[in-house]
Design a protein around this ligand. Structure first.
Ligand code: SF4
Length: 194
């Protein structure tokens, strides 16, 4: 089977998934946007109302800020793969439960195997918690690299948090600069022209 066929099969499996209760209230299963096999994976918590309506992650106000950061640091669509811990919207934008995250984990694991990123950017406390299994708060761990299985993981703030409290904007920009530098160091991206 070609890579493209494997990817299409994976997406199809996601679109038909009913492994947790979030399937009952969703409009769309939100799988990803960006490149498919990309060196950077950006992980959020779960789809919000706009994402559920349009079937793509980070397309509301948070997505606009994320896109601004990505373009400011010279990222092209092929460089990143954006997805979430859960692929269906938790009603009322609540945090996904442990069980929902656990049920969606096998799909995420398959996604990681196909995308094969070298750098992960975890956006927000929930993405950090469910991805690493740690209960530490995001303000304690943000900006600190974790090295695991030859990959680099950086927890940072969720753009929605920064929109609510713009004092944290500088830290989010710093983290994007660190991700860009890491990808350059690993040879995935050329030095950024300023
Ligand atoms: S959130 Fe994940 S596990 Fe639950 S129904 Fe959607 S795709 Fe399936």
């Amino acid at each position: 089977m070609t890579f493209e066929e494997q990817w299409n099969q994976f997406v199809d499996k996601c679109l038909h998934c009913r492994a947790c209760d979030l399937a009952d209230s969703r409009q769309h299963v939100v799988v990803w946007r960006g490149g498919i096999r990309a060196p950077l994976m950006i992980l959020g918590e779960g789809p919000g109302a706009d994402e559920d309506r349009l079937g793509k992650p980070f397309v509301g106000r948070s997505g606009k800020l994320l896109d601004l950061l990505l373009s400011s640091f010279g990222f092209e669509e092929k460089d990143y793969h954006i997805c979430n811990i859960v692929k269906c919207r938790p009603p009322g934008n609540r945090v996904p439960t442990q069980e929902e995250a656990a049920r969606c984990r096998s799909l995420l694991a398959e996604q990681l195997r196909l995308v094969r990123p070298s750098v992960y950017l975890l956006m927000g406390g929930t993405a950090y918690k469910y991805f690493t299994g740690s209960d530490l708060g995001i303000t304690k761990v943000r900006g600190q690299w974790i090295e695991t299985n030859g990959c680099y993981v950086l927890p940072t703030f969720h753009p929605a948090f920064v929109l609510r409290d713009p004092r944290n904007k500088t830290l989010l920009w710093q983290d994007f600069a660190a991700v860009r530098a890491r990808l350059e160091e690993l040879g995935f991206l050329p030095p950024l022209k300023v």
